[in-house]
Design a protein around this ligand. Sequence first.
Ligand code: AMP
Length: 216
Amino acid sequence: MGLNIILLGPPGAGKGTQAKLLIDRFGIPQISTGDILRAAVKDRTSSGIRAKKFMDDGALVPDDIVISIISDRLKMSDSVNGFILDGFPRTVAQADALSTMLDDSGKSIDHVISITVDYDELIKRVIGRLTCKSCGRGYHIVFDPPSVPGVCTLCSGELCQRDDDREDTMRARLLTYESQTAPLIAYYSSLGFLRPVDGLGSIQEINGALVSLLEG
Ligand code: AMP
């Protein structure tokens, strides 16, 4: 039996961080539409070129682009035993499309985990976020600083801030979340899938709560 998980929550709630810990624990891949889109922008693919302006504005990339990304990704063999969707779905249309895709392949969602954090805390978290350009390790200026400022402690790569983690873009992303993604909480709640988890606390505490929920 597979373990098919959706991680829902506003930007900065810790979906990516928690997904990475669940990969090792359950041996299933993290599928992050944000990561796939950033790679497409970097590689200047046609989807990447279309997506960039929406991402820079803190808006959502059109549904047709992300739905086709997820449809291709879910066909890859590494998700036969399950997957962790991180950042998808983000609209009701995406959730409906996912449900059709899974039905067509005889799969279903097992858990929708909603990580909740208040917005002031999210802004503090996101504007201090740094990522290593070489190995992708994440840091935070205040909560998890590198040993040497601007340099990755693991591989000495250069640390950079995501373009959309600036405060003005982050505020736009929160408004987008509120209007387009938050309705998914009621959507999955009415289907009986929703499991809320408090996203305030240490990374390990939140991971513990997630694991006991998934194994419980
Ligand atoms: P993330 O890394 O998940 O915060 O995503 C970064 C940006 O990529 C978002 O602000 C959106 O512009 C875009 N994006 C990621 N996932 C989706 C999605 N499921 N639907 C639409 N846009 C997305």
